[in-house]
Design a binder for this molecule. Sequence first.
Ligand code: FO1
Length: 330
Amino acid sequence: MRITVLAGGIGAARFLRGLLAAAPHASITVIGNTADDITLFGLRVCPDLDSVMYTLGGGGNEERGWGRADETARIAAELAAYGAGPSWFTLGDLDFATHIRRTQLLSEGKRLSEVTRALCARWQPGVTLLPMSDDKIETQVKIKSHPERTVASSDPEGELIHFQEWWVRLHASVPAESITPVGADAAAPAPGVLEAISGADFVLFPPSNPVVSIGPILAVPGIRAAVAAKTVVGVSGIIGGAPVRGMADACLAAIGVETSAAAVAAHYGPALLNGWLVDEQDKAALEKAQAGDPALAGIAVRALPLYMRDIPSSAAIAQAAIDLAKELAS
Ligand code: FO1
């Protein structure tokens, strides 16, 4: 069985751990979002790729879902003592080594896909991890005013900031006027990405953020069409009308989509999505689909417990996604 998964960070990493438990013999390719990537202290940081790599490789911080386990922050403290910022984004000491090695390989002329393969050679995540593109794509958020500046943006159109500044520094508390994966339209899928999609038995969307994780992957030319040609099953990251983790509601508001499992399925749309798993609290989505709601027409919706508390509960969700995909593909 060949499965291809489009992935953001924490939610995807936990789902993938369940998928590996549910389908230990499957060949799994993960296409990771790189639009969250940022250069700090001259080092290239790839949060979503690293969350997947560390979590599946057994070295991730379990509570936070990003960075390394047993981490310290002595380098960050030294940098702060030099007055070097930013101070709002903490890189741990062990994590720093990953970014140093990545940047070293990139500066030797290697592509991000090659560098990711080299880093995964150490972590052995049990999946093939591919960045969505080797080209630079950066999610930028347009905001009207910045609480840490005394004045609102002088540009009446608003101010563009890096996604991480909006997400981590501002905790998404300032409404986003727009969220754009800048550079996506001119980017190419990384080597192996389109082949992994076309060669898969089915494609899965984990409970990742539809706007800033799955959205940028689909925005890379060629990926959406390749995915749409396959059987696709998604897992809702919205449970009971709220994101399980993170601030996906602030992202959905920016694109005018309601924070509900049904609205996210309609946002992906029947042209892309064949099956959709929702939590038992969100049976409204199931009822809407059964009542023939045109926004959900053709999407098979199933309800089951969707909280990923541990590996067995994540594996049960992954197994339900596999079962639905097999049913829809037959
Ligand atoms: N998220 C935070 O909320 N605060 C941090 O200081 C922070 C540091 C960090 C360092 C490395 C890394 O790979 C991820 C990190 N994250 C941090 C998480 C991350 O920025 C976001 O959760 C994701 O980009 C959203 O998918």
